[in-house]
Design a protein around this ligand. Structure first.
Ligand SMILES: C[S@@+](CC[C@H](N)C(=O)[O-])C[C@H]1O[C@@H](n2cnc3c(N)ncnc32)[C@H](O)[C@@H]1O
Length: 370
């Protein structure tokens, strides 16, 4: 219990005075208001002059207060801190406070529509430390707003940094370190199950070709946890290459990764006949790389992980067509293969009725189907 200055009002004015004090940033929320007979005592930081204009009857006295229990719900904490910025008449924006966000390192990443409605403009401009306070309450140091992943070949990220100087983040997932500039490189938290699935495969003694390596989300787990021998990583975005080199070094596997910079249409043909497994992790479709990817598999066969966005109702047909297409590509390359294993992994919903799927398919020159 601590003795503090308190504004004391008749009970029926408690709520209105609480609002007044909150807006004036005079309310000391670290302590809990206390009812004394028919009155409410509200803890304040200091005796505030602007209160004198209120029509609510009040007096200021010293009162003993108990500490408020700490709010452990981050959504409530965020709401509480933003409430302090909202002037009278704009209370409806409280409903627009984002209810979800991602945390990458010390960066809080809000969804793309967060704080964009017109009413926020003045609130944010006038509250100079708006994003600082948000970062502080969420125990972060930077704040960003997600933008849709660009519809370009390199699937560049368009995160807008709202607080902070740099978008470089370092995250640890499934025992592995990744680092990337979130303003420049895409990040999909929805792919976590697929990243972990890649890490659970046994790739001992295998040579992997990753046709769309990005920052190594799929090939690093295969290398480190799956115990692959070597990864050939094809990537054309210099920012992703920078991130991949950083991760290779940080995870102590630089010697087991060869980065082939540039368009995989030019780099895959240099890797003919060397791979046991090829990753084709590009959305919405990796189809343009299937043919050169198949030619990187060893003469006796190997496995592909083909990512694609497919309408739910077409998944079965797409699976059959894809396997047939791959067998035909192999044949045109002088390889008479059989499909020996297939598995379809549904990773996430990409859009209504459209799924991000991964088709695992294995081919062999001998027909011993499993
Ligand atoms: C879905 S993202 C990366 C997925 C990756 N597994 C990761 O770490 O997140 C696809 C990547 O493929 C790269 N890419 C797209 N087209 C390419 C091409 N023709 N040749 C090489 N890389 C390409 C993009 O720059 C991007 O980094």
């Amino acid at each position: 219990m601590d003795e503090l200055s308190a504004v004391i009002v008749p009970l029926q004015f408690g709520e209105a005075m609480y609002e007044n004090l909150r807006r004036l940033k005079a309310l000391n929320k670290q302590y809990t208001p206390v009812q004394i007979n028919e009155e409410l005592a509200l803890p304040i930081y200091s005796e505030t002059a602007s209160l004198h204009s209120t029509e609510i009857p009040y007096r200021i006295e010293k009162v003993m207060f108990e500490h408020s229990p700490p709010s452990i719900n981050p959504h409530l904490q965020l709401k509480e801190v933003i409430q302090g910025f909202i002037p009278q008449g704009l209370e409806h924006v409280l409903e627009l406070i984002p209810t979800k966000w991602e945390r990458l390192d010390d960066l809080i990443l809000f969804p793309k529509e967060a704080f964009t409605e017109s009413d926020w403009v003045d609130i944010i401009e006038e509250g100079i430390d708006f994003y600082e306070q948000i970062a502080q309450v969420l125990q972060a140091r930077r704040v960003g707003r997600q933008q849709p992943i660009a519809n370009d070949t390199i699937r560049s990220s368009q995160m807008e940094l709202l607080l902070g100087d740099s978008g470089w983040v370092e995250v640890k997932d499934n025992g592995l370190f990744y680092g990337f500039d979130a303003c420049k490189v895409m990040y999909s938290s929805g792919n976590v199950t697929e990243r972990h699935r890649m890490g659970s495969l046994n790739a001992e003694d295998e040579i992997i070709v990753d046709a769309f390596a990005g920052i190594g989300y799929y090939s690093l787990p295969l290398l480190v946890h799956g115990k692959a021998t070597h990864v050939h990583a094809c990537e054309l975005n210099p920012e992703s290459i920078k991130a991949l080199k950083w991760a290779a070094q940080k995870n102590n596997v630089s010697k087991s990764i060869t980065i082939h910079e540039g368009n995989n249409q030019s780099t895959l043909p240099n890797l003919r006949g060397i791979a046991d497994r090829v990753l084709l992790g590009l959305l919405p479709s990796s189809e343009a790389a299937w043919k050169p990817a198949i030619s990187t598999l060893k003469e006796q066969g190997g496995s592909l992980h083909i990512h694609m966005n497919v309408e739910e109702k077409h998944i079965e047909q797409w699976t059959k067509d894809t396997i047939l297409t791959c067998l035909n590509y192999a044949k045109s390359d002088g390889r008479d293969w059989f499909c020996t294993h297939q598995h379809l992994e549904k990773v996430k919903w990409y859009a209504p009725r459209v799924r991000h799927v991964v088709l695992d398919v294995s081919f062999s020159s001998s027909n011993s189907a499993s």
